[in-house]
Design a protein around this ligand. Structure first.
Ligand code: SAH
Length: 392
């Protein structure tokens, strides 16, 4: 196996089990690894530190194990079994009312570069590293062993997520089985996640608990769900007894998905309307009065160097929402940018509130659910932040 020697002192973050090795920490590479190879990493004095997938870029190695083991079928069987057991323990994998959940969340499940979402027995597998992609057959086998007859199909959706320089040209396709049905459930509500054409794996399972919270606030309110995608927040608000629900997304396809999901749960319900419009444009022109607003924008900042611009966007959006919301209104506001820390996010909402000149109190501080676990040594894995505030 090819081994990589770190510069003196650069082993410290690995002794604290951080699962990434940056290229700047490397003193020398003893051999010529190909992207995706399993490599051994040793300290400057030669002692073993970890094994991981090699990749070209600023993150040079993603750690698979801090022990000298084999990365083989047994490795994937064990990690996927552990991930599945966690989802049983938190009441998801065997639930009959929630059949959409995340089974593998990268570093949070000890499998960096791998995401697997389950939709009513269909596993949507998304690889973000060449190493994981090369092990796709082992991963499929592990899934079949661990989930048994609960697994109906495996769909590999790595076309848009692998480093393009690797030139693997993966095609999105079913690698095993056929889906039973394309419908999945979340807390008893019905959804049609579109894993073949939709964003990410087809649905944002990470907002499940936050969507459930909106149901408790929706009664009698006029709800504006900005960046609605599949209409998740809207459907919970409808079940919670909202007076009116407006869903907005700039993508026509998202509006179509929202309308389909509303129709599935509340056929012909005139309380709902959906608009394919830019968020800023919609809010500038809005005529309706809203007293419950959701802001769940896409990650405006994917890298630190664009953080300031992204924060401007978040501030503009939040200021506008706080200005327009009725007194006593409730705002659910989120950021899913990994580079926006919890503190920075809260300061952004603070600045927006002050700019709007309204009294604002925090009711809930929201995060990602337990099927998106955060590896304690990898704080970068905490990406979803939300605040629920009351605006007077
Ligand atoms: N709240 C959703 C997830 C939102 S994902 C849920 O619970 O599932 C972010 C959405 O923002 C995407 O659907 C994207 O199409 C939409 N979007 C991106 N830029 C936008 C803009 N400027 N105006 C309106 N929608 C936008």
């Amino acid at each position: 196996m090819i081994s990589i020697t770190l510069k003196r002192g650069k082993e410290q973050s690995l002794e604290r089990f951080h699962p990434w090795i940056f290229s700047g920490a490397i003193a020398r590479i003893n051999g010529e690894p190909q992207e995706g190879d399993v490599v051994e990493v040793v300290a400057a004095d030669g002692h073993f530190l970890c094994l991981g997938h090699y990749q070209i870029g600023s993150i040079a190695v993603r750690v698979l194990s801090f022990k000298p083991i084999e990365i083989n079928q047994k490795f994937y069987d064990q990690l996927i079994a552990e991930a599945y057991q966690l989802r049983i323990d938190i009441g998801l994998a065997e639930s009959t009312t929630t059949t959409a959940y995340r089974l593998v969340h990268g570093e949070g499940d000890g499998l960096p570069g791998l995401v697997i979402d389950i939709y009513n027995g269909t596993a949507v597998v998304q690889m973000h590293s060449v190493g994981m992609y090369r092990d796709r057959d082992l991963i499929d086998k592990a899934l079949r062993r661990v989930m048994g007859d609960k697994l109906k199909a495996i769909y590999n959706k790595s076309e848009g997520t692998l480093p393009f320089k690797a030139a693997l040209n993966p095609q999105n396709h079913y690698t095993w089985g056929k889906p039973d049905s394309k419908e999945a459930m979340e807390n008893g509500l019905r959804f049609l996640p579109d894993w073949e054409k939709g964003q990410k794996t087809g649905f944002f399972v990470d907002q499940r608990e936050n969507r459930a919270l909106i149901e408790r606030y929706a009664k009698g309110r006029n709800v504006l769900n900005m960046f609605c995608y599949t209409g998740g927040f809207s459907i919970y608000a409808m079940r919670g007894g909202a007076n009116l629900v407006h869903s907005v997304d700039s993508s026509e396809r998202a509006i179509e998905l929202t309308n389909n999901n509303i129709e599935l749960n509340f056929p012909g319900d005139a309380r709902h309307a959906a608009f394919a419009q830019d968020a800023f444009h919609f809010m500038e022109q809005a005529k309706e009065k809203y007293d419950l607003i959701v802001l769940d924008p896409p990650a405006f900042a994917k890298h630190l160097n664009v953080l300031n611009n992204a924060l401007k966007g978040y501030r503009r959006l939040n200021t506008k929402a706080i200005e327009m919301i009725e007194p006593g209104g409730i705002l659910f506001t989120f950021s899913c940018s990994q580079v926006v820390s919890r503190d920075v996010f809260r300061t952004m909402v603070f600045t927006s509130a002050a700019k709007a000149g309204r009294r604002v109190s925090i009711l809930h501080q929201l995060s990602q659910p337990a099927d998106h676990p955060i590896n304690i040594y990898h704080p970068e894995g905490e990406y979803l932040k939300g605040l629920v505030v009351r605006v007077y």
